[in-house]
Design a protein around this ligand. Structure first.
Ligand code: UT7
Length: 323
């Protein structure tokens, strides 16, 4: 049984931290409102001139070092982002050049906050099909660039960052005890396009545009879709919730994380939470949370992890992985 095993994980956050107090000097908001409604206390913001590819290269370099793998071994780069450096070429190709990778494919995946799960599923399928032996899967975003800094309903929510994993092909026995990716499930429902979108683009407005969101409607969909996708992953692998060591969710709102865990009967201590100090970093949030939980010793080799996310489109999905 050919599986994609996580060989290493890396993360990068821009140096600058922006607190809620600083946010309150820009828009009509308070630390109390932001903490109570979202759980967010601060977020990282990319420096002037710091691009999504810069964040991605740092995270990927750290993931390769953690895996003990040379860039020359990588034959696939899948980079999830909704904030690419340029309209084209793909940010993945910039990262490829800067890492010194010279073979295989490099492309971006656009599924907004679900992007990392989409990218992971794509790379996992390349590996399972035998088309890749060693893949870099990256989620990298500079959402600060597409925020409307006069809209208190959105600008307080997001942050910048990047996370990356190295996936390697390995042979497993075929059971749940195998290390590696056991399942991925992806979904989309394009009817909800205008609940969370950016009001610009090359073909529509010839501008980059700003993020727009009907937050409370997105919230309601998020709790339902995420609970469904977790239930789907458990059923597909014939598992009960207590078999999962850690849930590594997309970090949009503390209340969504708590609400989903409650709905599923999952202990809140098993949910990795970073939204308080990262904000919502879109496609970067799942690998950033994974990297943090590995670095602080919570996630250990052999743990069973359930990664899940939901974002604009709508798109949503899960990945069940034994680390
Ligand atoms: O990552 C992709 C998925 N994204 C999400 O999952 C985001 C989902 N949505 C959310 O997290 C929440 O809906 C928000 C955090 C965005 C908003 O929380 P809410 O409890 O749904 O608030 P609301 O939008 O219903 O607004 C409630 C009130 C409004 O005032 P009125 O109309 O009741 O007077 C807003 O104007 O809160 C006001 N408000 C604020 N007040 C202070 C909105 N933003 C702010 C703010 N500071 N930053």
């Amino acid at each position: 049984m050919r599986r994609s095993v996580i060989a290493g994980v890396g993360a990068y956050l821009p140096e600058r931290v922006m607190t809620n107090a600083e946010m309150a000097t820009i828009v009509d908001t308070t630390d109390d409102w932001i903490v109570e409604r979202t759980g967010i206390r601060c977020r990282h913001i990319a420096a002037e001139g710091e691009k999504t590819s810069d964040l991605a290269v740092h995270a990927a370099t750290r993931a390769l070092a953690a895996a003990g793998i040379e860039a020359a071994e990588v034959d696939l780069i899948v980079l999830a982002t909704a904030t690419p450096d340029w309209t084209f070429p793909a940010t993945a190709t910039t990262v490829q050049a800067r890492l010194g990778v010279r073979k295989g494919a490099a492309f971006d995946v656009q599924a907004v906050c679900s992007g990392f799960i989409y990218a992971l599923a794509t790379a996992d399928n390349f590996i399972k099909a035998g088309q890749s032996q060693c893949a870099l899967v990256i989620g990298a975003e500079t959402f600060s660039r597409i925020l409307d800094w006069t809209d208190r309903g959105t600008c307080v929510l997001f942050g910048d960052g990047a996370g990356a994993i190295v996936l390697k092909a390995e042979q497993g026995q075929g059971g749940i005890a195998d290390r590696g990716v056991h399942s991925t499930h992806l979904h989309a429902d394009g009817r909800h396009h205008d609940l969370l979108w950016v009001d610009g683009g090359p073909s529509s407005t010839q501008t980059t545009g700003k993020l727009r969101m009907l937050g409370n409607q997105v919230f309601r969909h998020a709790v339902v879709n995420l609970a469904e996708v977790v239930t789907e992953a458990l059923a597909a692998n014939d598992l009960q919730p207590d078999a999962i060591d850690w849930i590594i969710p997309h970090q949009a709102n503390r209340r969504i994380l708590d609400g989903t865990a409650r709905k599923l009967g999952i202990a809140p201590e098993k949910v990795v939470v970073t939204v308080d100090h990262h904000g919502n970093t879109s496609a970067a949030s799942v690998p950033l949370a994974l990297a943090e939980a590995i670095a602080d010793g919570r996630v250990k080799r052999g743990d069973l992890l359930l990664l899940e996310a939901m974002g604009g489109g709508f798109t949503w999905g899960s990945a069940l992985v034994r680390f």
